[in-house]
Ligand binder design. Structure first.
Ligand code: C6P
Length: 407
């Protein structure tokens, strides 16, 4: 049984009050809270075996190296990678996308080539491709979003031709919650000869992920949105592709030999991990993965479907609320963005804060998507493993109060 009250006890931060009320943390889409096990694992590293990895021939360094590499293996199992060598630690999803853009992209794209992304992407899945296009003479094209918040797959078909080298799309929108049809995207992109990059920053924390079943070529995500610490992210890619890619950043740890005449690169995955890595953070992410695995990702997803179903029902009862994204909870994740009449999202958020409710207000790093709907900003509630229907009730009551005060 999924016992949300027991889960809440594992999160020290959720025990506190905000503005005299129990904190209702509805901003996990921005960053999740951390369970005690993750905090403790990082503390233990610093207290008991803090040392650099892959360098020291002494006990605590060897212990640190083993813990760092064990974390990688946990992540590999969590996403069902064929090999732990396909899991590269980065700082976050953003850095993972930049790694692909400036390693794979600079080596493989030329004028006349096309990169396809979509209108619903986070800026992290826009700007690196625009920069790559500026460097290479390639063109970026965008799959439009329908009024209902879905990818326009007929338009995608029209965009696909032999010039397309990469299709980079989200597995779950951070604004609309939309879960695009990944299998169809892969099948069509591969048939056109293009590789596929999935932005899993929102999806990987919230639903089971199997990179072999997905059959894409790159997957990126961040530790801090999946109960782990900030400063650690992941790039997964097929071994064959990684083997052919040049390094992104260079320096210590990513080399095999360095001579005055030139250098050679380390084996995968270390070829892409220049300098001292985020050791405590990787270890923390490993414990976050353990925590999520113990909950069961099917249960995590089911809990979220229940919360989103309730949120859609409850928020739709609030006069003046307009929710963006698909109405079916089975094809959306835990982000629910909405407007409340003409009241600015920052004002909505400020009044809710007074009630102890934390939501995000603004464009959520998705300006083109907001422009698509003629909006400058929305308010976004986003849910995770520890949220409850009672918090959604508080949100709805809080929105009534916003209307009374500012409507
Ligand atoms: N979205 C949000 O509040 P980083 O910042 O690298 O950890 O994650 C970037 C990113 C990429 N893709 C998607 C779909 C995302 O949602 C995010 C981060 C947060 O929506 C912070 S802007």
């Amino acid at each position: 049984m999924y016992d949300v009250e027991a889960i809440r006890h594992d999160f020290p931060l959720l025990q506190q009050n905000a503005n005299g009320r129990p904190l209702a943390y509805l901003d996990s889409g921005a960053s999740s809270q951390k369970p005690q096990a993750v905090i403790e694992a990082m503390n233990t590293y610093y207290r008991e075996y803090n040392a650099n990895v892959h360098r020291g021939i002494y006990q605590i360094s060897e212990k640190a190296s083993a813990a760092y590499e064990a974390a990688r293996k946990k992540v590999a199992r969590f996403i069902n990678a064929r090999s732990w060598r396909e899991v590269i630690f980065t700082r976050n999803a953003t850095e993972s996308i930049n790694l692909v853009a400036f390693s794979w992209g600079l080596a493989n794209l030329k004028p006349g080539d096309t990169i396809i992304t979509s209108e619903m992407e986070h800026h992290a899945n826009f700007v690196p491709w625009q920069q790559l296009a500026a460097h290479t003479g390639a063109t970026v094209k965008y799959i439009p979003v329908t009024e209902q918040g879905l990818l326009d797959m007929a338009a995608f078909d029209q965009l696909l031709d032999s010039s397309v080298k990469l299709v980079a799309v989200t597995l779950m929108s951070n604004v609309l919650g939309t879960i695009p049809p990944a299998a169809e995207i892969v099948q069509k992109a591969h048939a056109a000869g293009a590789l596929v990059l999935f932005d899993g920053a929102q999806a990987v924390p919230h639903m089971p992920t199997d990179v072999q079943a997905l059959d894409g070529d790159f997957l990126v995500f961040s530790g801090h949105k999946m109960l782990g610490p900030t400063g650690i992210g992941v790039l997964w890619a097929r071994k064959e592709i990684l083997a052919d890619m040049p390094p992104f950043m260079t320096g210590g740890d990513m080399i095999k030999t360095v001579r005055l005449e030139g250098s050679t690169w380390n084996d995968l995955p270390w070829k892409f991990e220049a300098g001292t890595p985020a050791i405590a953070e990787a270890i923390g992410l490993g414990y976050a993965v353990d925590y999520l695995s113990a909950l069961g990702m099917d249960n995590v997803r089911q809990h979220e479907i229940e919360l989103v179903s309730y949120a859609l029902e409850r928020l739709n009862q609030v006069e003046g609320v307009r929710i963006y994204g698909p109405p079916e909870p089975t094809i959306r994740g835990g982000a629910v963005a909405f407007t409340l009449g003409n009241i600015h999202a920052h004002d909505v958020s400020a009044v809710l804060d007074g009630e102890g409710i934390a939501v995000r207000a603004g464009h959520h790093c998705a300006m083109p998507l907001h422009e698509r709907y003629g909006l400058q900003a929305t308010t976004r509630a986003s849910f995770y493993v520890y949220n409850t229907p009672a918090e959604i009730d508080r949100l709805a009551v809080g929105l009534d109060k916003v209307r009374e005060l500012l409507g």
